[in-house]
Design a protein around this ligand. Structure first.
Ligand code: ZN
Length: 82
């Protein structure tokens, strides 16, 4: 049986261009604007799109992938988003 990788969620680490605060956003948190310390920048990350306010600098974008091994056990890894 062929195993298929399944994308669970996306994680973005970003930094505000004004106050240099670093925040982490997850696509699994729906309709959740993630604001930085100064409140000028925000990231709303969804499954299919992302919306930014202010100056959001992306530091790291990774996808959580669910894989299964030859025994059918499922496990999750974080890998760089393409
Ligand atoms: Zn800020």
């Amino acid at each position: 049986m062929a195993t298929k990788d399944k994308k669970i969620s996306t994680r973005v680490i970003w930094q505000c261009g004004y106050c240099d605060d670093i925040a982490i956003s997850y696509s699994t948190l729906r309709h959740d604007m993630n604001f930085c310390d100064c409140g000028k920048s925000a990231l709303d990350l969804e499954e299919d799109y992302s919306r930014t306010i202010g100056e959001v600098k992306y530091l790291s974008v990774k996808d959580c992938i669910e894989k299964s091994n030859e025994h059918g056990d499922k496990y999750r890894v974080w890998q760089k988003s393409e």
